[in-house]
Design a protein around this ligand. Sequence first.
Ligand SMILES: Nc1nc2c(ncn2[C@@H]2O[C@H](COP(=O)(O)OP(=O)(O)OP(=O)(O)O)[C@@H](O)[C@H]2O)c(=O)[nH]1
Ligand SMILES: [K+]
Ligand SMILES: [Mg+2]
Length: 368
Amino acid sequence: MGILEKISEIEKEIARTQKNKATEYHLGLLKAKLAKYRAQLLEPSKSASSKGEGFDVMKSGDARVALIGFPSVGKSTFLSLMTSTASEAASYEFTTLTCIPGVIEYKGANIQLLDLPGIIEGAAQGKGRGRQVIAVARTADVVIMMLDATKGEVQRSLLEKELESVGIRLNKHKPNIYFKPKKGGGISFNSTVTLTQCSEKLVQLILHEYKIFNAEVLFREDCSPDEFIDVIVGNRVYMPCLYVYNKIDQISMEEVDRLARKPNSVVISCGMKLNLDYLLEMLWEYLALTCIYTKKRGQRPDFTDAIILRKGASVEHVARPAEACRQPGPDLLLMASRTFLVSSMAFGPTRKWEYQKSLQPCTRPPVD
Ligand SMILES: Nc1nc2c(ncn2[C@@H]2O[C@H](COP(=O)(O)OP(=O)(O)OP(=O)(O)O)[C@@H](O)[C@H]2O)c(=O)[nH]1
Ligand SMILES: [K+]
Ligand SMILES: [Mg+2]
């Protein structure tokens, strides 16, 4: 019997077994078996053709969010709730075997949400489909690490370790170190701040370890040796991460309170649809997108249709083309997802940077 057949046999047996105290153990065993077979399905196959199968989802929309977590924490339930895509959810582990994309429409932006197979310890070394899952996570703008609120903190630190080990840095910024390998001249070391974790000697030792004997190094920040190594190695991904504790319907109020106070954390229940709006707000903040709503003179802006700018881009990127063709630009209304909305303003060749002056914080969309 092939694995798929075995799986379907077990699924049938689970379906016909009545759920009660007497069958509890038997059902548990069946689910464990089911999870085992499904995990086998996830084992990386030797044939090259199946490499990354189902994982090559086209990037679409304005931003991408990846759902990372242990099996059965509720990732698929979440995707089905937040998007119009249905992703199979069930009480056994490894229900999801590929990458399933959905779209969240929020404030005029399309956010691609990716449901992924559960990952486990050793994922980075290729256990299960861990490697593919992590490869997808690297392409995201924000990672949602979904956790089961009824399980301990160990899941969180295990996952963090897995992601760390493949160069993903969560909620950290790129170390402010200037580093430039040279052809000759030895190592020139400087710092603009007092260093408490690194010294010139240590920096040299580390560089020699990487067989670098000529380079310019300037610490602009009190970085650790690990952070310096990240800069030398390069290829690191610095990514915002939201820790989402699901299934809070199963834990005490005190515990909910404790989890909710952790940094970068949100507590939710997909089962009872609790706190999902707040999670969306947080996600929006972490994505740090900027929306620009255009409007015609004398008319109200259409808040359902926005030009979305990524972090770091500015309204000038949109305004410039109009300026270049020497036509009056559109009237723009700028709204940053972070903290402020600004009043409407006009662009044109003669008043090109006027919007910079009119930036002012307010809490709701301005009315003409
Ligand atoms: N009590 C409770 N159960 C939940 C909640 N959210 C999801 N579940 C249940 O948890 C189980 C697993 O849900 P899935 O959505 O399949 O979990 P997953 O993380 O996608 O699992 P894999 O695809 O196997 O990695 C299902 O039986 C869900 O009904 C919740 O908020 N509360
Ligand atoms: K599941
Ligand atoms: Mg799933």
